[in-house]
Design a protein around this ligand. Structure first.
Ligand SMILES: Nc1ncnc2c1ncn2[C@@H]1O[C@H](COP(=O)(O)OP(=O)(O)O)[C@@H](O)[C@H]1O
Ligand SMILES: [Mg+2]
Length: 313
């Protein structure tokens, strides 16, 4: 259970593919919870294409993540800058595009530690594209991991890949499951000798080999409650993609994917970006603003009560 005045909540927005709306959604979530009265820090973790500041309507600030990453004497909180919006602060992404492989384990660890030390704030992480160790680690660090998907086959495929990779990553990081590492690693390898092709296959194999470990595995799986937002919907068929993904995730992965809802395709988005204004500041009465508020209220309620009910049944 979370106490908003003394603790922090970390929400991460990922999705495996570039251009699916991660930054728009991360910035809109940050903007909405700030407007609802909670102090928020939005952090741009897209090392290769930092643009959260732009979606929040800001010029690149003097201080940014590069300062933290390049100087061990600078703390993460030193890189926080204000925005014109009450309660909303941000840490802009790295100035010069950083190749993810340039981020050493040590720097990544330091960044993860300092994000976890933040207190009294909502922390919203805008993750980069791609399914790499860096992005998966930050997705799994979050109290709430949100996957963004477009109603297009390529985006859906990537979202499943991201979900699966985040899931295996989570299992590998769990000390309780050390004894089944070889099986998890096999599951991550196509055409492995165990014939494990999905998280469900993995659970079946572990149950076959060791009932006690299978119970531990089930417990870890149950705690993994990723969220899904379908972006740029134009029809009921698009909206239904979220429901199908929810049932596929359950059936083939054994994962409870919580479908938070959808955001419509909003033709005015590009205009607000050009005017350097967050979409929700520019169009506070738009359907995106309405849906965002509903989603944020649901997530805040969930964080407060510790309940994991489904957003949409
Ligand atoms: N719901 C939406 N309606 C219209 N345009 C959108 C919507 N969501 C995102 N976009 C546009 O799609 C592009 C990619 O969005 P962005 O948030 O930068 O994606 P990502 O961070 O995943 O790369 C941007 O030009 C953005 O303005
Ligand atoms: Mg982005």
């Amino acid at each position: 259970m979370w106490n908003p005045s003394s603790q922090r909540q970390i929400w991460a927005v990922g999705g495996g593919k570039g251009g699916v709306g991660k930054s728009l959604i991360a910035s809109s979530i940050a903007y909405t919870i700030a407007r609802l009265g909670f102090p928020v820090i939005a952090i741009d973790l897209d090392l290769g294409g930092a643009n959260l500041h732009t979606v929040l309507g800001q010029q690149p600030p003097q201080k940014c993540l590069s300062d933290f990453l390049s100087n061990p004497n600078i703390s993460l909180m030193d890189c926080v800058v204000d925005t014109p919006y009450p309660n909303l602060k941000m840490i802009a992404g790295a100035k010069d595009d950083l190749n993810i492989t340039q981020l050493t384990e040590e720097k990544k660890y330091r960044l993860m530690q300092e994000i976890q030390y933040i207190s009294g704030y909502f922390v919203v992480l805008d993750l980069g594209a791609g399914i790499n160790q860096y992005t998966l680690d930050f997705f799994n660090l979050a109290d709430t991991g949100i996957i963004t998907v477009l109603p297009e086959p390529t985006s859906i495929e990537n979202a499943y890949r991201f979900l699966k990779a985040a899931y295996y990553q989570r299992l590998l990081k769990n000390p309780m499951l050390e004894n089944i590492h070889p099986l998890i690693e096999a599951a991550m390898t196509p055409n492995n000798i165990h014939g494990i092709h999905s998280p469900t296959d993995l659970l079946n194999e572990v149950s076959f080999q060791d009932k006690i470990l299978a119970a531990d595995l089930k417990k870890v799986i149950k705690e993994f409650r990723p969220k899904l937002i379908l972006n740029q919907s134009r029809s009921q068929t698009d909206i239904d993609v979220g429901f199908s993904m929810k049932s596929v995730a359950k059936k083939y992965f054994g994962i409870d994917l919580d479908y938070l809802g959808y955001l419509e395709y909003e033709p005015n988005v590009w205009q607000s970006v050009r005017r350097m204004r967050p979409i929700l500041a520019e169009y506070p009465n738009s359907r995106i603003a309405l849906h965002m508020e509903r989603i944020c209220n649901y997530l805040i309620r969930q964080a407060r009560t510790g309940q994991t009910l489904n957003a949409v049944e």
